[in-house]
Design a protein. Structure first.
Length: 341
């Protein structure tokens, strides 16, 4: 026989509390004494109560859904940060609706409308298509990660320090020509500071360098074509020098490393490589890659902490008005591995 669904009325009858008190237990437990909370908790166990999530959402309007918009999953950083965000469920209790979107503003707007239709309570944005001003106009809590963030809360790595760390490591490893390859980024994008850190370090230490700003591709296959071509050019241009390559992420560093192994069966002595992120691919490469670690777990937890605080404030009867976005910066950690020996 099917078991009867236990209702608030059943719990109220069992405990001799009112249905209002039972409702307060689920929606505002701190309004009850610890003794009464324990009585109700014991009753739920005795009655074998199974919570109806849909009914609870309809009752209090709290879906506990968070929307995530991420550019892609072929970049190992994005898959690593998504994995860390999803792992926060046990700590924060939020469920996630995830969209991947490439460089298309209208598609991203469509996805946001879809998320809003599910009554999400906040968003985490890693894509770069829409301005933070437009995102702020949706009037829900939003936290950005590594994107332009003037009008919304954000969590970023100290990218300037990371650029300095990577460049200094290459110089110490014996590189005679330092080369940084990156996209032609807007200074408003946090990762632009990696370029800034590279240039300042080369200038301060009087190091020979080349900065290559180019379209790095919009798929894994496109990126392979770009970096294979660039490696050919670097090989020819700096044939007799030890070349120190600072790549903007571990995915691109791995493409370069694989290509060198295809050609030479090893990492040649005249190449030193540093990536950025400390995503799993940096440890799983054909040889472990030196990288600037972004502390991805800390970034994800900090983003959820900020978002959770804003969501809880929105649930109050008289929420405070947040005049300024919160911006948190996480210190990177340099990881020296086989590619800079």
């Amino acid at each position: 026989m099917n078991k009867k669904n236990i209702t608030f009325s059943d719990i109220a009858e069992y405990t001799h509390f009112s249905k209002t008190t039972i409702s307060r237990y689920f929606n505002n437990p701190d309004s009850l004494t610890l003794e009464n909370q324990q009585i109700i908790a014991d009753a739920l166990e005795a009655l074998d109560y199974k919570e109806n999530k849909v009914a609870r959402i309809l009752a209090n309007g709290k879906t506990e859904f968070i929307g995530i918009i991420i550019p892609n999953l072929y970049m190992h950083y994005y898959s690593a940060i998504l994995d860390q965000i999803l792992s926060t469920y046990e700590k924060y209790g939020y469920k996630f609706l995830v969209f991947t979107v490439k460089d298309n503003e209208e598609t991203e707007r469509k996805y946001i409308q879809e998320l809003l239709a599910y009554k999400i309570e906040g968003m985490i944005i890693l894509s770069h298509n829409l301005t933070s001003k437009e995102l702020a106009s949706y009037n829900i809590p939003i936290v950005a990660i590594e994107r332009e963030d003037k009008h919304i809360c954000s969590v970023n790595t100290d990218n300037y320090m990371g650029g300095v760390q990577a460049t200094s490591l290459l110089a110490k490893s014996g590189a005679e020509m330092l080369i940084h390859i990156n996209a032609d980024l807007s200074p408003e994008v946090p990762s632009y500071e990696r370029i800034h850190g590279f240039l300042d370090t080369c200038a301060e230490q009087n190091l020979p360098y080349e900065l290559i700003l180019t379209d790095t591709g919009h798929s894994y296959e496109e990126s392979i074509d770009v970096f294979y071509r660039l490696l050919d050019e670097i090989d020819q241009k700096y044939k007799d020098k030890v070349k120190g390559l600072f790549l903007p992420n571990d995915t691109f560093a791995n493409i370069i490393l694989n290509r060198l192994f295809q050609r030479y069966g090893k990492l040649p002595d005249d190449y030193k490589i540093v990536g950025f992120d400390d995503s799993p691919i940096s440890r799983e490469s054909v040889i472990p890659t030196s990288t600037v670690g972004q502390q991805i777990d800390k970034i994800a937890d900090t983003a959820l902490q900020i978002l959770s605080e804003r969501i809880k404030e929105n649930h109050k009867r008289k929420p405070r008005t947040f005049l300024e976005p919160v911006h948190k910066v996480i210190t990177p950690i340099l990881l020296k591995r086989e590619t800079t020996k």
